[in-house]
Ligand binder design. Sequence first.
Ligand SMILES: Cc1cc2nc3c(=O)[nH]c(=O)nc-3n(C[C@H](O)[C@H](O)[C@H](O)COP(=O)(O)OP(=O)(O)OC[C@H]3O[C@@H](n4cnc5c(N)ncnc54)[C@H](O)[C@@H]3O)c2cc1C
Length: 329
Amino acid sequence: AKGSCQIGGIASTNAGGSNVLLNGMARDNILGIEAVLADGRIVNSTNVLLKNNTGYDLKQLFIGSEGTLAVITRLNLKLGYLPPAKHSALLAVSNFEHCLTIKQQLQRQLNDQLSAFEVMWQDFYEKSIKSDYIERKPLPAGHPYYVIVEYNSGANPAFEDIFMTALNDLLEQGLADDVVIAQNSTEQKNLWAIRENIEPFRSDGNMVAFDISMPTKHMTAYVDRIRQTMTAEKLQLTPYFFGHIGDCNLHIIFTLPESSSITADDLDAIVYDNLSGLSGSISAEHGIGKDRLKYLPLSRSEIEIELMRTIKRTMDSELILNPGKIIEC
Ligand SMILES: Cc1cc2nc3c(=O)[nH]c(=O)nc-3n(C[C@H](O)[C@H](O)[C@H](O)COP(=O)(O)OP(=O)(O)OC[C@H]3O[C@@H](n4cnc5c(N)ncnc54)[C@H](O)[C@@H]3O)c2cc1C
């Protein structure tokens, strides 16, 4: 929702994005909140202290609760400095295990200043670079995985050398098969456009997108499950996989042709049911809203759901705040 989201929405959905790896989710960047309760009372929790262990951290109830418990009216944010420079590179990788090793190695070599680690599966990359929106194809098609890495470096040229050395090591160790480094901000934008470009997935029909998470050790098994289900049920659809894999966050896009008899509900069932037994979440970033409500028990235990219901009924007994979202009462 870049360009349209507002601060209340960001807090209420505990939004994330591509730099969660370094900066955390919205929750990690909010120090205090003022909110209006369902009965009109104002809770002033506008804390500015980093350390404040004085009972329940009430602001955390309002963050990520999608406007179901209160209306947020003020926020105190934990502000940081903009990094003086960012470097991005695109890597071609032959297998998913290598992607995970690359992430660990870069975090170590870049002193934990790796700010983004985005993986695109081959189908996604190849469809994206064919689009007119992508001016240059930085790496050829044909590799199983493509990874965008971003490094928050200092202005000192020595930081650039650290990045170059780290990427060169990946090539020498055979962890990456090819690497291209963005040389300026235009090339950097072009690399990110490949990852953020959803136009090609919209142009052939209705795009249905998913946002799930799971431990990375289960990710290839999950991707295989989805592909096997598509084949077993003879569904003529390609699932396109990509995501903030540095945060265990996987996105899947399907494009449903106008004539398709498959519905978005059918795809919900395939994507969410296949998460079973993999310790995953049906929503990494996008929240529950009304659409995913019936799948909540796949990610939350009975007692957790009962506790959420108790909180909702206690704070909003007349169910006036976003009724029907997150939890049925
Ligand atoms: C295509 C797409 C891509 C997205 N990508 C990402 C992503 O990469 N990362 C990510 O984290 N999220 C993503 N989102 C989810 C969502 O859009 C973001 O979390 C966004 O920050 C929400 O902000 P908004 O202002 O658009 O909120 P809205 O959509 O206006 O509202 C979101 C919810 O918050 C409630 N709300 C809004 N303001 C307040 C307030 N002041 N007090 C209480 N409740 C309030 C609304 O009632 C609603 O339930 C994406 C969504 C879409 C549609």
